[in-house]
Ligand binder design. Structure first.
Ligand code: GDP
Length: 195
C-alpha cells in the first residue's frame, strides 16, 4: 500500500490548497466507514482520525498519496440525524460549490453501508453530483457485516442506483475494511485514474 501524508485541512472554500495533481474525494453518511476505508486504502491506521474530531464536521481534509499525483479528499459526513435543516443545506451548498469549482477533482467515491438501506440523504447527494457533473462511483462498505444473500440484494440495489444517475459510474466496488475485501480492486480503480 502506498502511504499517505496529511496535507491540509480546509475549513471553508477560501482556504483550499492549490488544485494540483489529481483528486479523488470520499463522501458518505456519518458512520458509513469512511475513515476506516481511507486507512485500509492507504495501509495506515490513524490517517482519517482528524476527520472525526467533533466540531470539524465541515472541514475538508486533503491527503496526498506518496509518490503519486493522487490526493484523497475526505469530505465531511452527511445525513447526521440530529443535524438541523440549516446545517444540512449548508453542507449541500458548500459541497456543491467545492464540486463545481474543483478543476482537478476526477471522481467522488460515494460510500454506501452494506447493512443500511439507502437513505434520502444518499440520493440527494447523487442528485447533487449529477447537477455538479462530477463523476461518482458507489462503494459498498462493511460487506463483512451482512450475509451473502443480503449483500447480493444490496449490491443489486446500489448498482441500479448507479445506472439511474447520469454521473454514476457503472462499476460498484464492494469492500470491507475489516477483511480487506475489495480494497485491492478499489486501489486499482484509483491507480487507473492517475495512469
Ligand atoms: P466514518 O464516520 O464514516 O469515518 O466511519 P468509521 O470509519 O469511523 O466507522 C464507523 C463504524 O463502523 C466504526 O465502529 C467502525 O469500526 C465500523 N466499521 C468501519 N468499517 C467497517 C467494516 O468494514 N466492517 C465492519 N464490520 N465494521 C466497520
Amino acid at each position: 500500500a502506498r502511504r499517505c501524508d496529511f496535507f491540509t485541512a480546509a475549513q471553508g472554500l477560501d482556504h483550499l490548497p492549490p488544485p494540483e495533481g489529481i483528486e479523488v474525494a470520499l463522501a458518505g453518511r456519518s458512520n458509513v466507514g469512511k475513515s476506516s476505508l481511507m486507512n485500509a486504502l492507504t495501509g495506515q491506521n490513524s490517517l482519517a482520525r482528524v476527520s472525526v474530531t467533533p466540531g470539524r464536521t465541515k472541514q475538508l481534509n486533503f491527503f496526498r498519496v506518496e509518490e503519486s499525483p493522487l490526493t484523497l479528499v475526505d469530505m465531511p459526513g452527511y445525513g447526521y440525524a440530529k443535524a438541523s435543516k440549516a446545517v444540512k443545506e449548508d453542507w449541500q451548498g458548500l459541497m456543491f460549490d467545492f464540486l463545481r469549482g474543483r478543476p482537478n477533482l476526477r471522481r467522488v467515491l460515494l460510500l454506501m453501508d452494506a447493512r443500511v438501506e439507502t437513505k434520502a440523504s444518499d440520493t440527494a447527494v447523487m442528485d447533487l453530483l449529477d447537477r455538479a457533473a462530477v463523476a461518482f462511483q458507489l462503494v459498498i462498505t462493511k460487506a463483512d457485516g451482512v450475509k451473502p444473500g443480503a449483500l447480493a440484494r444490496r449490491q443489486a440495489e446500489v448498482e441500479a442506483l448507479a445506472r439511474k444517475h447520469p454521473a454514476g459510474h457503472p462499476l460498484v466496488v464492494t469492500t470491507s475494511s475489516e477483511t480487506g475485501a475489495g480494497i485491492e480492486e478499489l486501489r486499482a480503480e484509483l491507480a487507473a485514474l492517475v495512469a
